[in-house]
Write a protein that binds this ligand. Sequence first.
Ligand code: A2P
Length: 285
Amino acid sequence: MNLTAESHRVPLNDGNSIPLLGLGTYADPQKTPKGSCLESVKIAIDAGYRHIDGAFVYYNEHEVGQAIREKIAEGRIKREDIFYCGKLWNTCHPPELVRPTLEKTLKILQLDYVDLYIIELPMAFKPGDAIYPKDENGKIIYHETDLCATWEVECHPYFTQPKLLEFCRQHDIVIVGYSPLGTSRDETWVNVSSPPLLKDPVLNAIGKKYNKTAAQVALRFSIQRGVVVIPKSFNPQRIRENFQIFDFSLTEKEMKEIEALNKNVRYVELLMWRDHPEYPFSDEY
Ligand code: A2P
């Protein structure tokens, strides 16, 4: 596959296609100044990103929508150039809530459609106004739903998911790997006992050879395997850095060396919800 900055879409089995590199937009709303998401998405579009990954529960989806609309108004892009992925939150799993929730997202974005709408997590919470509904003991109130949908998968050099990837290849399913850089290591939701991916000596040594960073090597590794990546950055230099992965390629030997880094550890374990009947990470896949 010849991947370039302008052309790095992979086909989906429904006839659509998805860019292999997207911008992740989750940042802790308490710690992130308002407007950073807006600016970052605009910088990303200027840098060449055409895939933006967002969600209602990130509390900044209105900024994502505004950035896309401003770039359309400027004439830099057309709506159809952008691939936007939105997500259904845990409190909206009952089938009758899916459509109105998607419509709410479209209103927030002020866009006519999203390109992909996925279940944020397979663990339903009690429907209602509270995003994190809690009982009198402060415990999240779970909810039962019949779950049958595609779902995103953590994927990076420390969690290479060979079995899942093979299964998906056989069934013509494209994987979108979240946390491709090993997350922000925010200890409220990340397993920080696992070593930081970007400090890995092999990634750094390979990067040195190509004058690239460990982050660029980790991202290139994923897209060369056909795994879509959505690195989050709200830092202009790093947003651009993460897009500069189309001017080098890893050799087969380097791909194997990176595959061998797999430690089968998840950064995003969500252990606080491990007693949910649909907790997904105990299954082998
Ligand atoms: P920032 O937004 O300040 O750039 P992931 O996508 O795996 O969840 O990782 C996101 C985290 O990695 C964020 O904390 C982001 O911070 C940081 N990050 C993004 N790009 C890079 C990069 N090129 N080098 C180092 N850290 C990065």
